[in-house]
Design a protein around this ligand. Structure first.
Ligand code: MN
Ligand code: MN
Length: 467
């Protein structure tokens, strides 16, 4: 075979995925930077699911979305949102076609791994005051010690009022920390496996050391801390019982790398896809043909259960309400809908090649990453999208010029994971996972590539606009 003929065949038959930087124009790179600046600001405002929901609503209202009220008449072009208990947000841009033709849905989650306070958190030991925590989601506990932390959340009082609590985020405010052993005394600890070296019950937040009252008194540091909280927030110890206070890494999102091609922050999983799903909806030009729906869910990191999770009937109720305005049965809408389950995936990390299978891994800068199935032990716990659904997304992305790749989450039997995809698919909605590849996922400081953030935005936008 001639050299040129060989080349022709190769070009015709072989997959030819390119690095995003070999495809994007200068103008696109500029748009990418602007998009990522908005994303970093979103991260800084939304460090918990409640804060992220509030910031999402603020952006939606600024873009002309208004709260949905049951019974409201809706026509093509109308844009509404509904907040579920302050922790999950559903938004819809009503299309020109009826909901009997299905909706184009993007679902992401806005909860991230963190340390929640226990219901009886406050104690004093050796004249130091602490909060007990119970971790939320899959964390590697050793990553959360000796790190400046902030505390955000609410205390719900018996009289129905809600007290927002924020410690450590404003400039100059003190931070909290979980201490660790010094290496000099850590020899036995260092022999333990990574997963058990830091027991969950040692993840106690250091709150203070300064006593009040006379030397003969007891619990002087604890009282000093409680008095401060009372003076600032009006809460007493029993109010922790009905509080949701979350310790999250302190600091703001920043560029990473000398070339600034990456973003480092807490909470990329899954606010990087949540922002893409939200921004793409808010940026839609004109009225989409099919109704575009953005679901920002809570509780994904602990299995999507609960009243604000993706398994909650809250989503069905919202969709059913929309359907009822058009006299369409919900089940008829669902069976013709499509959902992009927008969630992050593992980026190939050359530092740890052993857990990846290089031919089927998401590469940094290669764009939004489709994932036909997640799960573990032979795809267990995955919705495993059908070939037709994957073909549909390939077509939509290619027609819109979206840079995309396809991936698995690590080597066969190396581990695994899940997303909200199966809960959407179980509703009889054709669903495919797609999202941003992340380095050090679930760490207090995760890393993503700007190209992949931007292409995920373009990908979701293409889905909303698909016919
Ligand atoms: Mn996720
Ligand atoms: Mn996760």
């Amino acid at each position: 075979m001639e050299k040129s003929e060989f080349k022709t065949w190769k070009e015709k038959l072989f997959s030819d995925k390119k690095n995003g930087y070999d495809r994007l124009t200068d103008r696109e790179l500029e748009a990418m930077e602007a998009y990522c600046a908005g994303y970093k600001a979103y991260l800084d405002e939304g460090k918990t699911e409640r804060l992220c929901a509030a910031e999402s609503i603020r952006l939606a209202e600024r873009a002309g979305y208004r709260p949905y009220v049951r019974g409201m008449e809706l026509k093509a072009g109308d844009r509404v949102y509904l907040c579920n208990r302050g922790k999950a947000v559903m938004l819809a841009h009503i299309g020109t076609k009826t909901l009997a033709e299905g909706a184009q849905i993007a679902a992401a989650h806005i909860d991230s791994p963190r340390l929640d306070l226990k219901p009886n958190p406050l104690y004093e030991d050796s004249e130091l005051a602490y909060f007990k925590t119970h971790y939320y989601g899959g964390i590697r506990k050793y990553q959360w010690v000796t790190l400046p932390l902030e505390l955000h959340g609410v205390a719900a009082l018996k009289d129905g009022t809600q007290v927002p609590v924020h410690i450590g985020a404003a400039p100059g405010e003190p931070k909290l920390v979980i201490t660790d052993l010094l290496p000099h005394l850590g020899q036995e600890q260092a022999k333990k496996p990574l997963g058990s070296a830091i027991p969950g019950e040692t993840l106690n937040l250091l709150l203070g050391s300064r006593p009040i009252g006379g030397e003969e008194e007891k619990s002087r540091v604890k009282l000093a801390v409680m008095k401060r909280l009372y003076e600032t927030y009006g809460i007493v110890e029993d109010d922790f019982t009905s509080a949701e206070l979350e310790a999250v890494p302190a600091g703001t999102a920043c560029d990473v790398g000398l070339d600034r091609s990456l973003i480092g922050a807490y909470g990329h999983d899954d606010r990087v896809c949540a922002y893409a799903a939200l921004r793409a909806l808010l940026d839609l030009e004109g009225t989409p043909e099919k109704t575009a729906v953005c679901m920002l869910a809570d509780k994904e990191e602990i299995g999507s259960d609960g009243v604000t999770g993706m398994q909650s009937a809250a989503f069905d109720t919202f969709m059913e309400d929309l359907c009822e305005t058009q006299g369409v049965p919900l089940r008829a809408c669902y069976e013709r809908s499509f959902c992009l389950s927008a969630d992050v995936t593992a980026a190939y990390d050359p530092n740890y090649p052993d857990v990846f299978e290089k031919r089927n891994e998401a590469k940094v800068n290669y764009g939004i990453s489709l994932c036909k199935y997640t799960g573990s032990r032979g795809k267990s716990g995955a919705s495993d999208a059908d070939a037709e659904t994957v073909a549909y997304v390939r077509r939509v992305f290619d027609e819109a010029g979206v840079i995309w790749q396809i991936t698995e989450l690590g080597k066969v039997d190396a581990g695994g994971g899940g997303t909200v995809a199966m809960y959407m698919a179980n509703r009889n909605i054709a669903t495919l996972d797609a999202g941003v590849p992340v380095l050090s996922m679930h760490a207090p400081f995760e890393t993503v590539a700007k190209v992949d953030c931007y292409e995920t935005y373009l990908g979701v936008k293409a889905i909303y606009q698909a016919k």
